[in-house]
Design a protein around this ligand. Structure first.
Ligand SMILES: Cc1cc2nc3c(=O)[nH]c(=O)nc-3n(C[C@H](O)[C@H](O)[C@H](O)COP(=O)(O)OP(=O)(O)OC[C@H]3O[C@@H](n4cnc5c(N)ncnc54)[C@H](O)[C@@H]3O)c2cc1C
Length: 196
């Protein structure tokens, strides 16, 4: 089942920047997931690598040490929010207020379950490696994880319940930015590669 939209995943500021049709593409292109959770009333945000494949649109995979606080919390089924951001450019304007960034971002809400099955674990790790390092082949370019390494690692599958995607594109939009005779300068610095 595809994730839905609800009150907590409704974009309020600049709703015209909502890009719900691009959510899978952004998740499949991102490198870093910022994972937010709450423990005893204290919010935390921890950066993590992750795996996402549009073929399983409502699933996102995280892994870490069995001793990690985040992984233990996720394994317990705690509510989690995950943000993925691609930064495409820096936008400068003739007015302070209109400096900006071009970005594509997704925010997900969900809960995790532990992936226990070793065959499933190995499949996800192989797919994840291929996403980050396209062209590298298990068995040829790198050796598989040992049973001991797998045992020390917790892999969780986050079922995404709700998600939203937002993007800003284009140049500066300040009141004087289209006027070449106005004071100051305005423009766009594209960032390559367009991912963070
Ligand atoms: C790009 C990137 C990808 C990563 N990918 C993974 C991954 O796939 N799996 C994985 O297990 N870990 C990953 N890490 C490391 C991860 O961010 C945590 O540091 C790690 O999971 C340790 O967890 P912990 O339970 O010991 O942290 P906690 O005990 O939860 O951390 C305690 C405190 O340490 C500080 N802290 C923890 N991590 C960081 C950090 N990265 N930067 C600054 N302060 C921090 C915070 O103040 C935090 O509240 C990644 C980090 C980065 C930057």
């Amino acid at each position: 089942m595809e994730p839905t939209h609800g009150p907590r995943s409704t974009i309020r500021r600049h709703p015209e920047r909502a890009v719900p049709d691009e959510v899978k593409e952004i998740l499949a292109a991102g490198l870093v997931a910022h994972v937010g959770f709450c423990e005893d009333g204290q919010p935390f945000v921890i950066p993590m690598s992750y795996h996402y494949s549009p073929t399983r649109p409502n699933r996102l995979y995280l892994h870490g040490s069995r001793d990690s606080r985040l992984m233990r919390l996720l394994a317990s089924g705690a509510a989690v929010s995950i943000a993925v951001t691609l930064v495409d450019g820096l936008v400068y304007s003739r007015t302070a207020f209109n400096h900006s960034m071009n970005y594509q971002s997704v925010v997900c809400f969900g809960r995790a379950r532990v992936v226990e099955d070793e065959v499933e674990q190995r499949r996800h790790f192989e797919e994840m490696t291929a996403r980050y390092f396209p062209g590298r082949t298990l068995g040829k370019d790198y050796a598989p994880a040992t049973a001991q390494q797998l045992a020390a690692t917790l892999l969780v599958e986050v079922e995404i319940e709700e998600w939203s995607a937002k993007a800003r594109r284009g140049g500066p939009r300040g009141p004087y930015d289209d006027d070449p005779d106005a004071r100051g300068s305005a423009g766009l610095v594209p960032l390559e590669p367009p991912r963070t």
